[in-house]
Design a protein around this ligand. Structure first.
Ligand code: MN
Ligand code: MN
Length: 452
């Protein structure tokens, strides 16, 4: 029996001791290439769908593998099997990340300098966004009804946008960070050249002329556009041993990419697989592209009606299992005091199972039951996937949540599973290459082998 000390203890081991460097690097470089080119939810949808199409996914919801795009900002991938009555294995993640959006009217000239007015999106530490290279991404619906895609600052050689901070010599006032870095000051400099023969708003006119030449837009066209400032950084290896990946938007495109790869790479499946990638998680999942909007259920209703009208979609969803893919807060030796080390995830020790999130007394979270947590844990043990546990900081430290609760309220079994991140919500987040691979293997194992 397992009564020797070797078996009595749960031992977690670094993934680096188990997997080959080659295997870890191969997956990381594929992920890094994706992340550099997918800095908005729209680009993420476009890039993933283009890969899926090449692999035989169609837009026909009555085929056995297909995708559905919702308003260009949300996407779902389906692999449908004959045993619809058994329910689904679902992995969900979000593809929006904290960023700085332009206001509906954003061109503002003062003292010969053109600034862009912004409104930040998601939970950011504002000071992190000053004096770093930003690029402008998004779409504009012109007054003639045509849609223009905007991208400035991302391609090599293009100018970037920078929000200037105050020099230390004059920044002597000892204020709180929250008072020093104000939302209205997150304005990048957009221009300093006055248009010839113009007196009023000459710099603004010069930039408008440039935008008109490039995109055929006027100031009127730009009002109300979806335009965002995102870091212009390239995704890169980090650490002297290059064991980490530094990049913008690991939260939560790392789960989106690994879930996507899991569904396209899975060889077999015990029941139908669904990967749902949502927008608007960072602001509470509200809006017609967030997880509270259930376009995927409308799709399922059509499929069930087509394939087996005797089945009830709500019953099938209740039977379904959901891995809510989101990043966990990793243990940082510098900030140990906000964590409780026994339950804080370590970089390189595998994907993280988070039984509950929430605040204070577990407020505002769904919680995975012993049965469901145990089944997923056992599945990972049987399939040699490295896993560890996580929580969002020590008790009463702060807290947060994921989209898990929106699936729990449909009756599904739900557990949060994803890699640990350091510097979450910063312009340049860190993940372990080993944990990215392990998360992919965890999701793939789930889609291939979980039967409820
Ligand atoms: Mn997240
Ligand atoms: Mn987040």
């Amino acid at each position: 029996m397992s009564n020797n000390s070797e078996n009595l203890l749960f031992k977690s081991e670094s993934v680096w001791k188990k997997r080959s460097r080659e295997e870890i690097e191969k997956f990381s470089s594929e992920y890094s290439g994706f992340l550099t080119n997918s800095k908005t939810e729209r680009l993420t949808v476009k890039n993933l769908v283009s890969v899926a199409k090449k692999l035989g996914f169609s837009d026909d919801i009555f085929s056995d593998r297909f995708y559905v795009i919702n308003k260009d900002k949300t996407v779902a991938f389906f692999k449908i099997t004959d045993n619809l009555e058994d329910g689904f294995n679902i992995i969900t993640a979000h593809i929006d990340s904290p960023r700085i959006d332009l206001k509906p009217r954003f061109l503002f000239e003062d003292d010969g300098i053109l600034l862009l007015k912004t409104h930040y999106y998601g939970g950011i530490k504002k000071y992190q966004w000053f004096n770093i290279p930003l690029c402008l991404k998004g779409v504009v619906l012109k007054t003639d009804g045509s849609l223009v895609e905007v991208s400035i600052g991302d391609a090599p050689g293009e100018p970037v946008l920078v929000i200037s901070d105050l020099l230390p010599h004059l920044d002597k006032e000892d204020k709180k960070v929250s008072e020093k870095f104000l939302g209205e000051d997150l304005s990048p400099i957009a221009g300093t050249i006055p248009l010839e023969n113009e007196e009023k708003e000459a710099v603004k006119l010069y930039v408008l002329k440039l935008l008109n030449e490039k995109y055929g837009v006027t100031e009127k066209d730009l009002i109300g556009a979806d335009l965002s400032l995102v870091p212009a950084f390239e995704t890169r290896g980090a650490g002297l041993d290059s064991s980490l990946i530094a990049g913008y938007g690991h939260d939560d495109r790392v789960c989106a990419y690994t879930a996507f790869r899991a569904i396209i790479d899975s060889k077999s499946q015990k029941r139908s697989s669904i990967v749902l990638l949502f927008d608007r998680e960072e602001i509470g999942s509200d809006g017609n592209t967030g997880a509270k909007e259930r376009f995927w259920i409308r799709v399922l209703k059509k499929i069930v009606e087509h394939n087996n009208p005797n089945l009830d979609v709500e019953d099938l969803i209740e039977k379904s299992a959901v891995l809510s893919g989101d990043v966990a807060a990793g243990l940082d030796p510098k900030y140990k005091t906000v964590m409780e080390p026994l339950n804080a995830p370590k970089l390189g020790y595998g994907t993280v199972l988070v039984k509950y999130t929430g605040v204070r007394g577990k407020s505002g979270t769904s919680e995975a039951s012993a049965e469901f947590f145990g089944k997923i844990r056992n599945l990972f043990i049987e399939n040699d996937v490295s896993w560890q546990v996580g929580e969002l900081g020590k008790v009463d430290q702060g807290g947060g949540g994921t989209v898990a609760k929106f699936f729990a309220e449909l009756g599904s079994w739900v557990l949060d599973v994803g890699p640990a991140v350091l510097g979450m919500h910063s312009p340049y987040e860190l993940v372990s290459k080993a944990d990215v691979l392990e998360t992919y293997l965890a999701y793939k194992t789930f889609l291939e082998n979980f039967s409820g």
